[in-house]
Design a protein around this ligand. Structure first.
Ligand code: PLP
Length: 425
């Protein structure tokens, strides 16, 4: 029995190896690492250039070329509110990067306190953040930079495992925050369920003082389908539970207009905004309002925004289909991997069998297909099970995504079979 199995596995390995050698001979050079818009997507916003036609004056009479306006133009706040589904009065419009705002808010909370000086995290010693995993590596880098310990929490198909989140928060007063990408999560693509949103809104009741949810809604309007899943409003839920100070929301137009020259937003309670603005005013006289007004003329209301996002979806859809079709064809009904089927966002997240991700990524790299390093989706770059691989299909052409996925599939199979063979000894 054992001998038969070994023979079968060796045959399979040699067949897959022959496929792999044929791929090597092609000397491919493909890249599935970059979670950014393709140049075709960037072209969709070319009308930003020249849109002002010399009219720099905002609706309230502000000359956008001059200093000032720390929290942004009223019409830019409205754009942020349209994206995030919040009140314009609660929005601050920053520079071009929401990641910068996340860093600045975390830094403010840590050093100066969002409420008052006594609320600064620095007074509480070695504080920690909960990190749903797999997650966004740059969130984890912010924690590392600020010396904040990170605690992994598993992601499920409905968001972070909330039983674990609540238990950890109840038992550890050093936990001061949690990272959340609630819609089309990076990288799993899941949308948090209504129940998850509700439970997250209630964390402010059980957490230690000065706990903050970093609600990074980077993919709020980045749907690939008509009638997309609806994310429940965290703002409404926090109002209901009287926990409005516990959640800070972020978004940007990086993947709506221009990734390097968009507009970024933070939405928060009056207390949090006041605390943040106090620190922000020490480092800037005001943001780039010319870019803000260009964006508001380009995307004047919610329907213009959604029509624009549909054009992105048309470009992204065939690329996502190429990934999902390849995975379904190769792995449906097998135990070689698990993945979600996102209907928005920028990523497909694939879990190999335990201890096969690094080897898959290595094999793919040798075959000319670059994948995000295994482990990158975990704090400190360490995936304890060595399973998760993030696939980003937005930049390559559709034929290149198809070609890269053919390689990916062979590499996953080869890594899995070789693991089986090694286990047989
Ligand atoms: N948040 C998430 C979840 C992301 O995936 C990304 C980019 O990939 C960002 C934030 C970066 O946002 P920004 O360009 O606004 O800094």
């Amino acid at each position: 029995m054992q001998l038969d199995q070994a023979k079968q596995l060796r045959e399979l390995e040699s067949q897959l190896n022959a496929e792999y050698q044929a791929i090597l001979a092609k000397k491919l050079n493909l890249d599935l690492t970059r979670g950014k818009p393709s140049s075709d997507q960037l072209d969709l916003s070319d009308a930003l250039d020249g849109i002002l036609k010399g009219n720099y004056i905002a609706a309230d009479g502000t000359d956008t070329r001059n200093y000032g306006g720390l929290d942004g133009l009223p019409e830019a706040k409205k754009l942020g509110a349209n994206i995030m589904g919040v009140e314009a009065a609660n929005v601050l419009v920053g520079g071009s990067s929401s990641l910068t705002l996340m860093f600045q808010v975390a830094l403010t909370a840590h050093l100066f306190g969002l409420k008052d000086a006594a609320s600064a995290w620095k007074h509480e010693g070695d504080i920690a953040f909960l990190c749903p995993v797999p997650g966004y590596d740059r969130h984890f880098t912010i924690c590392e930079q600020l010396g904040i310990k990170m605690i992994n929490v598993p992601m499920t198909a409905t968001g972070p495992d909330m039983d674990i989140v609540e238990n950890l928060i109840k038992s550890d007063s050093k936990i001061k925050g949690i990272w959340c990408v609630p819609k089309y999560s990076n990288p799993t693509g899941v949308v948090y369920s209504n129940e998850t949103v509700e439970r997250i809104a209630k964390l402010g009741k059980i957490a230690s003082p000065n706990f903050r949810v970093f609600w990074d809604n980077a993919y709020a309007v980045h749907d690939l389908i008509d009638n997309p899943p609806q994310l429940a409003s965290i703002l409404e839920a926090t109002k209901k539970h009287n926990t409005e100070d516990s959640v800070i929301q972020f978004a940007s137009t990086s993947k709506i207009t221009q990734a390097g020259a968009g507009v970024a937003f933070v939405a928060a309670s009056a207390t949090n905004l006041a605390g943040f603005k106090k620190a922000l005013s020490a480092c800037t006289i005001g943001p780039d309002k010319v870019n803000q007004i260009r964006h508001t003329r380009f995307l004047p209301d919610r329907s213009a925004l959604m029509a624009h996002m549909k054009k992105h979806a048309e470009l992204l859809n065939p690329r996502f289909s190429a990934v999902l079709d390849a995975l379904a064809k190769a792995f449906d009904g097998t135990d070689l991997g698990n993945w979600e089927k996102p209907v928005g966002g920028y990523f497909v997240s694939f879990d190999t069998r335990k201890n096969c991700a690094k080897e898959t990524v290595r094999l793919a790299a040798e075959a000319g297909v670059k994948l995000t390093p295994a482990g990158a989706t975990f704090p400190y770059g360490k995936d304890p099970d060595d399973r998760n691989i993030r696939i980003a299909p937005s930049v390559p052409t559709v034929p290149d995504v198809v070609a890269a996925m053919q390689v990916f599939v062979v590499c996953v199979k080869l890594a899995s079979v070789r693991q089986d063979l090694a286990a047989l000894g």
